[in-house]
Write a protein that binds this ligand. Structure first.
Ligand code: DGP
Length: 124
């Protein structure tokens, strides 16, 4: 079992968060440090540290997170205009909380490619 993070406390309602959706498998809340006019985090209630830790039996759970993202996009009214869904993995991917989460970003026209301040490195 991976180490508990701040998200476990949010799931347990031990610390406050602006929760916008909850069901038996997932929770969605506003990011504390928004990078867009709308910045929601969608997390599984089950703790999985990173994308690297996903297993076959997590297929449905991960799919569910995307379905929740799409429903929230409809609910918040930006589904047609568009949005971005991102999941960071480990240090180079910019992950800071080791409990997988989708970032749902909307409310501005986002550029592509998305990389700012990137530092190329040799992969080996
Ligand atoms: P990442 O860097 O991909 O691991 O994203 C983690 C996000 O979690 C980051 O955008 C900030 C957000 N975050 C961290 N701590 C809290 C918290 O206590 N409350 C809320 N609402 N968001 C948090």
């Amino acid at each position: 079992m991976s180490t508990a993070t701040i998200f476990d406390k949010i799931i347990a309602k031990e610390i406050p968060a602006e929760i916008v959706y909850e069901d038996e498998l997932s929770l969605a809340f506003k990011d504390i440090n928004p990078q867009a006019p709308v910045h929601l985090l969608i997390i599984p209630k089950q703790r999985i540290a990173t994308i690297n830790d996903l297993e076959e039996h997590d297929r449905e759970l991960v799919g569910h997170l995307y379905i929740v993202a799409a429903r929230l996009a409809q609910q918040f009214g930006f589904a047609e205009d568009g949005y971005r869904v991102v999941m960071n993995c480990n240090e180079d991917g910019g992950q800071s909380v080791y409990h997988i989460h989708l970032h749902l970003l909307a409310g501005l026209t986002m550029g592509w490619p998305p990389f700012a301040n990137n530092r190329p490195k040799q992969l080996g």
